[in-house]
Design a protein around this ligand. Sequence first.
Ligand SMILES: [Ca+2]
Length: 287
Amino acid sequence: MKQKINALWAVLLGVAFAAYLAACGGNSDDTTPPAPPAPPTVLTQTSFEGSFEPFGVYQDPPETSKSFITIVTDPTAPDGNSVARISYEPGVRDGMYVGGIFFDFPDDAQPTELWGQFYMKTSPNYVWHSTGNKLVYMRMGYQNPVDGTSQTDHILGINYSYWSGYEEIFAPNIGWATQQSTNSDLNQMIYSSVGEFTRDTWHKIVFHLEMNTPGQQNGIGRIWLNDELVVNASNIMWLNAGNWGGVSGFRITPLWGGGGPDVIEETQYMYFDDVILQTGPFSGYSD
Ligand SMILES: [Ca+2]
């Protein structure tokens, strides 16, 4: 009798072990295809159809009564009929910007992986600053574990430049530039020559970034220009050791130049439309 009970236990244990293997995916006969990845979640978007919302706008300098950032009708708009227009008037000098269009993520919902898209074009008379032209910024946030306050750690910009000083590319190029607020030695610039931006023509820019392991240069930063992958970096240190968090904000703040004697002599415009920020790849883009 005791032997029969032992045999029964052995069978029961065998069945349980087989079930365990199946649950672990160890059954080699399992040909069920893996579930498709979940579609990306759109975090925010604006097409400037009648308003900037849910994005906000600020003018700089704030005391000015002029609106350098407005919504205008554009029959060539990539999406809808309206676009955002940023005006640069005579007298704007190198290193100046005139305001921004921004979206801030809540502290407890900062994405650690972010895909973004926006379209931009310039007026036919647009004169690029002779060195650097910053298009958009993203701010990396983190929360102080001691007092709970939020701070901006690293900032990155998608820049369009004629000169990327770090790699000494003297040609039209686009890329990332990190600006470490606490240690400029950690600044990184990763640029790619892309040729002259055609004026009065919409350009589609898509980007993908992923946070690094804090303190390690293993963050991802990729840029597509008109659906072509032009920057593909996987060595970026967005966050220093001891920090954590994700992207705290996205800002369209074209900054005209960063040094030099350039001055704008004739009013010129930059236009933006169809801004989307989401958690995963856009259709047609690979992760
Ligand atoms: Ca639009």
